[in-house]
Design a protein around this ligand. Structure first.
Ligand code: CUA
Length: 338
């Protein structure tokens, strides 16, 4: 919870954009401004009519209040054609404006430009990862895109219904298993934003977030050349790299790394080299297993095959999401947990 709050605060902190208001998230895409314009138009229109109707009502209530000794009768009203035409025509006109404005924006939202670059977004309990088919980047834990470029997201889920939401870009769409959904955007400001899950999907739904980085074309190319590693990592020990991976891949959501830290999965402090009792073992007849490099590696790529006693088989597989050297680094990190 505290981690999430820190992340949320950090996410807000890193977007000091002009046009940010108390009510709406920062504007990070062309489309966001279009949505906001329509939003504010409807908001101010509603405000205008709210004030006008309330003030008119108050005035008439006051003007025609029951006075002492008042025996006045109002004249019979049969109708007023002119008034009726006005109060039908004006709202119809305004609704027409809202409809066509909204429809135009909606079409824009739903039809990606043909020249858009493609990124695959995969959601699974409870993380996002990104594959860039053109640039040979796979399993990235952050969405990194060049500024002022049309980007089309082709999205799917590995397990249940999720919803991909980048508030700063004003785009959101459900992510469904066995099916692709598509959204697109053109980020027009360099900066850091965040994506989050907008469909309740289980225990750690609220932690299902990832960073969205809008960078210059050169920085994007650098990132691609580095194989999609924005962790940097120069000068870090293997265990330190592992610690970063542990956080960016969301392992820390379920595994405690401090003594006595209780989470959904086994706490990893002091576990390396010890024996663990299994409640399920699909790999052999043993009821206990030594926690060594092979066990950890297997737990990451095929977690359901060996389940520690007292825990549920809920961990998702990281096969295809995590690279070998990242697994190596995580193993080194786990060795340091004492
Ligand atoms: Cu995924 Cu909520």
């Amino acid at each position: 919870m505290i981690d999430f709050l820190k992340f949320a605060v950090a996410a807000v902190d890193v977007v000091p954009h002009p046009g940010e208001t108390l009510w709406l998230p920062a504007v990070g895409s062309e489309f966001a401004s279009k949505v906001d314009n329509l939003y504010w138009f409807i908001w101010y229109l509603s405000l205008f009519f709210f004030v006008a109707i309330m003030a008119g009502t108050a005035y008439l209530v006051f003007k025609y209040r029951l006075r002492e000794n008042a025996r006045r009768k109002t004249s019979p009203i049969a109708g007023n054609a002119k008034l009726e035409v006005i109060w039908i025509a004006i709202p119809t006109l305004l609704l027409g404006v809202i409809f066509f404005w909204g429809f135009y924006t909606w079409m824009d939202y739903n039809v990606p430009p043909a020249n858009a670059m493609e990124v695959r977004v995969t959601g699974q309990k409870w993380l996002w990862y990104y594959d860039y088919p053109r640039d040979n980047v796979t399993g990235a834990s952050e969405l990194v895109v060049p500024v002022n470029k049309n980007v089309r997201l082709i999205m799917s889920s590995k397990d249940v219904l999720h919803s991909y939401f980048i508030p700063a870009f004003r785009i959101k769409k459900d992510i469904i298993p066995n099916r692709y959904t598509v959204i697109w955007f053109k980020a027009d400001r360099i900066g850091e934003y965040y994506a989050t899950c907008a469909e309740y999907c289980g225990t750690d739904h609220s932690r299902m977030m990832s960073k969205v980085k809008v960078v210059s074309q050169e920085d994007y190319q650098k990132w691609v050349d580095a194989g999609g590693e924005s962790e940097g990592g120069e000068g870090l020990t293997m265990a330190q790299k592992g610690e970063r991976q542990f956080a960016s891949k969301g392992c820390n959501a379920c595994h405690g790394v401090k003594p006595g830290e209780h989470k959904q999965g086994p706490n990893l402090v002091g576990k390396f080299g010890t024996q663990e009792r299994l409640s399920l073992n699909n790999l052999g007849p043993e009821k206990t297993v030594t926690i060594d490099e092979n066990y950890i590696r297997n737990s990451i790529t095929d977690p359901a095959s060996q389940i520690v006693e007292g825990y549920q088989p809920v961990m998702p597989t990281y096969k295809g999401i995590i690279k070998d050297e990242q697994i190596d680094a995580i193993i080194e990190y786990i060795k340091t947990l004492k």
